[in-house]
Structure formats: C-alpha cells, structure tokens
Write a protein that binds this ligand. Structure first.
Ligand code: ZN
Length: 139
C-alpha cells in the first residue's frame, strides 16, 4: 500500500466515511485515470473511529462541488513535491449541476434534454436541494 510519502504531486482525500471510498472513486471517475490511485479502507481515525482515504498520484482537478455534495466533511489535501501545501475545506455547494436528475416528468429539464440539470440548495441544515426550473425536491 502506498503511503503519503510516495505521493509527489497529487491529492489525498481524507476523512471519508468508512465504506464510502468506492462510491467516491466511481463518482469522481478515478477508474479513468492512468496514475496510481490508492484506496485505504477502515483506517484508524481519532475523530471518526474508522475512515477511508483515497490517494491520487496526479495533479488532478477534483470537482470540489461534487465532493462537497457527497460529503462536506471530507478533507482535500494537495501534495506538491511530497509536501502538504494546501488543505481545501469543502462545503455543501449552493448549486449542483449534472449530478442530480429532476424526477418531475413535466419539468422543462425533463422535456428539453439539452438543458443542464441544475439544483439549488434551499435548506442547508436539512440538505435539501430543489430543481432550479420546477422546484421539485431532489431525492
Ligand atoms: Zn425540475
């Protein structure tokens, strides 16, 4: 297994809820990358008990809105020349595009296929997103 020292220029996604790393791997399309990607499951965490970690040995532009939507508690560590240079903090994005699909068959975004699927955060504490066009709640 790869340790943090073996990443020269890349990204470490830390504090992933235990068992969620494969979902994130798929949602970020990490299987499409040529570089090495290490998934560490059930690492010991003082804060969380158990956590998953993903290490990507590439200077990849991770979709922070997507990650924040999946889990705003994930920490994104940017590694350059083998050193941690930046910790990005995620938050629930105000808008998500192309992640959720409107379930309302009469919604303009269901009828007009070329329209992007855009949802806006309408209730932060309850994590409720609604369709920008018809206000239908995302499930
Ligand atoms: Zn809609």
């Amino acid at each position: 297994m790869m340790n943090i020292d073996s990443i020269h220029n890349g990204i470490v996604l830390d504090h992933i809820k235990a068992g969620k790393s494969m979902d994130i791997y798929r949602m970020l399309n990490l299987d499409k990358l040529d570089c090495s990607v290490a998934i560490i499951k059930n690492a010991v965490s003082h804060k969380m008990g158990k956590k998953d970690i993903i290490k990507i040995d590439s200077e990849l532009d991770v979709d922070l809105d997507l990650l924040g939507y999946i889990d705003p508690d994930i920490s994104v560590n940017i590694i350059k020349d083998g050193k941690l240079v930046e910790k990005k903090h995620l938050k629930l994005p105000d808008r998500v595009t192309g992640i959720l699909k409107c379930k309302n068959p009469r919604c303009i975004s269901s009828v007009e296929q070329e329209l992007p699927q855009i949802f806006k955060l309408t209730n932060k504490s309850a994590r409720i997103y609604r369709c920008l066009y018809c206000e239908a709640k995302a499930e």
